[in-house]
Design a protein around this ligand. Structure first.
Ligand SMILES: Cc1ncc(COP(=O)(O)O)c(C=O)c1O
Length: 410
């Protein structure tokens, strides 16, 4: 009763004789109403539908969530929850904590052949944060950027948001067609040479050298998205493109923990040339002030104590098995994926029905698998197909997909 008296005294509520107590009329008017005012053009330009990676079996790009090393992660997390010092609870360096940058410099040197000093490693929130930072670091509003056609939709959106103009560039069997890159004056190219997303092409050495020569000739930048380069099933993974440009003068290398560990950790990194470290720090500071120190500390121990290499070795053989089971099931249906034996996904070309319809039918059954056509920026080159992630697919999921695809294509 006391509370009601107080609210009445403050004019928040009013009594109506014989009817009850109501929120005062003037308060009701100031409550948020639905607005018809629009968001900015750049927000609307991102489209109405986003094909977000909801983790269903076969959704591309999701690692084996069932194989996440929970026990060791819990042990390291509880160690750090107790150990964080007063200064570690303060704002951290926006480019990341030094021990993690050092651990990543060492890790990326041994796994991907990219030699750098720890100061060149800039910690970001996933590759998404890395790409935003990289495009602001080397691009100005209105600058053009060559992107792969088809290519990664989220990367496209990031570049657009950062004010860059996209130049979709067709691919051939070796990846992005460097011969088409003379026509425009763009000086930035975003590529995924280890395992092109979504077609799975591994760029051969000749094309890598052509790309690096292009960057030197135009004095431009290659942004290398090496999102799943650790996984290769027929041989050792090829070194990253950045390893061919040792001074790092023309390649900005982007890596992520999303595929080798978990996308929920939201941790990625860029390797930048030494003369750009301070500008990268300023961008990180202005943009989001950096990534959680706690997660960085846990990850530092995870890498330095050898758990990361062990986890990659384990998942490498797990994914090889899952990939083979899916290939066998698809063979029964006369479906043959394209691309190199690498990464976490492959693409199956289809010409029987619109791939968006097929993908929707599968989604209704709780199965992932993205339509290939969604990855094209222009209508001109569109092909139909299904992009299937095998890393997060269990045996019973594969059986279920086989049965459903059989019904669709019969
Ligand atoms: C081509 C490509 N790059 C990068 C990523 C990883 O993004 P993030 O590190 O932001 O999770 C993905 C995830 O699906 C991807 O497909």
């Amino acid at each position: 009763m006391q509370a009601l008296d107080r609210l009445t005294a403050e004019g928040m509520i009013e009594g109506k004789h014989g009817s009850g107590t109501y929120v005062a009329v003037q308060i009701q008017r100031s409550l948020p109403q639905k607005t018809t005012r629009k968001a900015s053009k750049r927000a609307n330009n991102l489209g109405t539908k986003q094909w977000l990676s909801i983790a269903q079996p076969f959704t591309p790009g999701i690692p084996a969530l069932d194989a996440f090393p929970k026990n060791i992660w819990a042990k390291l997390s509880s160690r750090w929850a107790r150990a964080l010092t007063i200064s570690e609870l303060n704002y951290g360096d926006p480019v990341g904590i030094m021990p993690l940058r050092a651990a990543i410099a060492h890790y990326i040197g041994s796994t991907r052949g990219v030699v750098c000093n720890y100061e060149q490693v800039i910690i970001t929130s996933g590759s998404q944060g890395a790409l935003a930072t990289a495009s602001m670091l080397v691009g100005d509003y209105g600058d053009s950027v060559y992107i792969e056609e088809p290519g990664y939709v989220s990367a496209r959106n990031t570049l657009k948001l950062c004010g860059l103009k996209l130049i979709p560039t067709p691919l051939d069997k070796a990846g992005i067609r460097t011969s088409d890159m003379e026509q425009h004056k763009a000086k930035i190219a975003l590529v995924s040479p280890s395992h092109q997303y979504p077609l799975g092409i591994t760029m051969p050495m000749k094309r890598r050298m052509e790309l690096i020569n292009w960057a030197h000739k135009v004095n431009g930048w290659i942004i290398e998205d090496d999102y799943d380069g650790e996984y290769r099933y027929d041989s050792a993974p090829l070194p990253a493109l950045a390893s061919l440009d040792p001074k790092g003068s023309h390649v900005l290398y982007i890596g992520t923990l999303s595929k080798v560990l978990s996308p929920s950790i939201r941790l990625g990194f860029i390797i930048v040339p030494e003369n750009l470290i301070n500008q990268a720090r300023n961008i990180r500071s202005a943009f989001d002030r950096g990534v959680s120190t706690f997660i960085q500390a846990v990850l530092t121990d995870f890498i330095s104590e050898g758990h990361m290499s062990l986890h990659i070795r384990k998942t490498q053989s797990l994914y090889a098995e899952r990939r083979l089971s899916l290939l066998t099931a698809l063979k029964e249906l006369d479906l043959k994926p394209i691309g190199s034996p690498a990464g976490l996904h492959f693409t199956v070309p289809l010409d029987i029905r619109l791939d968006r319809e097929i993908s929707q039918v599968l989604a209704n059954k709780g199965l992932g698998g993205n339509p290939l056509s969604q990855y094209y920026n222009t209508k001109q080159h569109i092909k139909n197909g299904l992009v299937l992630g095998f890393s997060n697919a269990l045996a019973h999921n594969i059986k279920k997909l086989e049965i459903n695809l059989k019904n669709i294509i019969k």
